[in-house]
Structure formats: structure tokens, C-alpha cells
Design a protein around this ligand. Structure first.
Ligand SMILES: NC(=O)c1ccc[n+]([C@@H]2O[C@H](COP(=O)([O-])OP(=O)(O)OC[C@H]3O[C@@H](n4cnc5c(N)ncnc54)[C@H](O)[C@@H]3O)[C@@H](O)[C@H]2O)c1
Length: 244
């Protein structure tokens, strides 16, 4: 790694939105540090990228492991951008949710996001950019209350970090993706997929690259005067359901 090129760290980088973001940030000229707890998937994804770029490295760890996160970030010669993307999903009705469901969501999606952000902020210089990935579902969504609660937490974290880190010149923003075509969407029946698409004002399902594009905006060194904001990329679904 050279110490002149900007460095971006992406969590949950083995697949989906994280992997699309790694590709985009490589295109944009960053040295990219990929992090994921799934060592096998991470290695396989990193191998495909190394064919086209020598600007990528990967590290298998959990974002909830403070010591491992701290050791990795401490070993980097510089850190300019953090994309805090790793998260887990929970599907279930409020009536039957358990304390453990809520604790697990909070542990990964909120505490894990906090740990990586805090370790990153400790080493970032003025001009550092942190991008937390939330979800449009923070507004509301049927039958995944524990996940929604954790993503609302990510937005609270984003805005409070933006306030606290402003005096050090570090910008903190969030992306709220809507319906995106990843493993989870593809695992639904074709009928359920069509039902969800029908509710979208645009009648489309977003691609991971659409989210990576929004992330690239906040990650760009040219984006200097924006902090504490939520960019919702959801085919207009946050406006309501479109019937036409
Ligand atoms: N896909 C969607 O439709 C959608 C919609 C709204 C928000 N989001 C959010 O976007 C982000 C990415 O979503 P995705 O669909 O690409 O997810 P995904 O499940 O395809 O990928 C998530 C990655 O994070 C990793 N991960 C999970 N827990 C981890 C941990 N503790 N430490 C390190 N890595 C961990 C997983 O191994 C996986 O590779 C998530 O924050 C998700 O909540 C996704």
C-alpha cells in the first residue's frame, strides 16, 4: 500500500452491496480494504478482484470483535473512508420476537457499526468520511421489527457521530437502501418478488451498484460540505405505495 493514495475500508465486503461498493471505490482510485466475517466468501471475492487490481486487500473478522478491528485499523498507514455496511437481517413478527432477537440485531447492526466507526474515527485526519448503511425500513416495514429498530439506531448513531466529529472535520452520513436485488431478494418466491416490485413508484428493484453509486458520492474527496444526512435510494418507496 502506498501512503499517497486514499484508503477506504468496506465492511460486509464479501458480497452484495459491500462487494459492489468495493468495485466502485477501486474504479474511483481508492486502495480498498475488504472486511467480512465470512472468510471463504471474502477470499473468493477478493481473488476475482485481484485479477484486475492490485489495490485491494482483505481481512476476515467480525465487526463486533473490538480487538481485531482495532488491530487492523491500527495497522493501516492511513484511513480516509469507512463504509460501515456489514449487518444481519431478521424476519419475523413482533408478537413472537424474543429478547435474543433484539439483542442479536443490536449487537451486530448497532454495536458492531459503532465499534468500527469509533476505531476508524480515532485514526482519521480532517476530511475523513464515514458512511453508515441503514435501510429505508427505518420508516416502517411489515414483520421485521428487530431489524428496523437496529437500523433506526444506525441513523441515530450517524447523526450523533456527525455532530461529535464535526469539530475534527470528519463527515458522517448514511444511505438508506430500499428494495435491492441481493441474495435475500432472490430467495423470495417470484410471486413475492412481483408483489414487492408492484409497490415501488418506479416499479423497479434497485441493484447493488445503485447503492454503491450513492456511497461513492459520500466517499468522494470532492464531497466536502455535507454531514449528518440520510440519502434514501429506494425507487421512491419512501413516498408511499404507487398504484398505477
Ligand atoms: N439488500 C437489501 O435489499 C437491503 C435493503 C436495505 C438495507 N440493506 C443494508 O445494506 C447492507 C448490505 O446488505 P446486503 O443485502 O448486501 O447484505 P448481505 O447479507 O448480502 O451481505 C452482508 C455481508 O456482511 C457480512 N457480515 C454480517 N455480519 C458480519 C459481522 N459481524 N462482521 C463482519 N461481516 C459481517 C456477511 O458475511 C455478508 O457478507 C446491510 O447493512 C443491509 O442491512 C440491504
Amino acid at each position: 500500500m502506498t501512503d499517497t493514495r486514499e484508503v477506504a475500508l468496506v465492511t460486509g465486503a464479501a458480497r452484495g452491496i459491500g462487494l459492489a461498493t468495493v468495485r466502485r471505490l477501486l474504479e474511483d482510485g481508492f486502495h480498498v480494504v475488504m472486511v467480512d466475517q465470512n472468510a471463504q466468501a471474502l477470499e473468493a471475492s477478493a481473488a476475482t478482484l485481484r485479477d484486475t487490481s492490485n489495490l485491494v486487500e482483505h481481512h476476515a473478522l467480525s465487526i463486533t470483535d473490538r480487538a481485531a478491528v482495532s488491530a487492523l485499523i491500527g495497522s493501516l498507514p492511513r484511513l480516509d473512508v469507512l463504509v460501515n455496511n456489514a449487518a444481519i437481517f431478521w424476519d419475523g413478527k413482533f408478537d413472537t420476537a424474543t429478547d435474543d432477537d433484539y439483542r442479536r440485531m443490536y449487537e451486530v447492526n448497532v454495536v458492531g457499526t459503532f465499534i468500527v466507526a469509533q476505531e476508524a474515527a480515532r485514526v482519521m485526519q480532517r476530511g475523513g468520511r464515514i458512511i453508515n448503511i441503514a435501510s429505508r425500513a427505518y420508516l416502517a416495514g411489515y414483520a421485521h421489527s428487530a431489524y428496523i429498530t437496529s437500523k433506526a439506531g444506525v441513523l441515530g448513531l450517524t447523526r450523533s457521530m456527525a455532530m461529535d466529529l464535526a469539530e475534527r472535520g470528519i463527515l458522517v452520513n448514511a444511505i438508506a437502501p430500499g428494495l435491492i436485488e441481493t441474495e435475500m431478494f432472490r430467495s423470495l418466491t417470484p410471486e413475492r418478488q412481483q408483489e414487492l416490485i408492484a409497490k415501488q413508484p418506479t416499479k423497479t428493484v434497485g441493484q447493488p451498484e445503485d447503492i454503491a453509486n450513492g456511497i461513492a458520492f459520500f466517499a468522494s474527496p470532492r464531497t466536502r460540505n455535507v454531514t449528518g444526512q440520510i440519502l434514501t435510494l429506494d425507487g421512491g418507496r419512501s413516498m408511499g405505495i404507487a398504484v398505477y
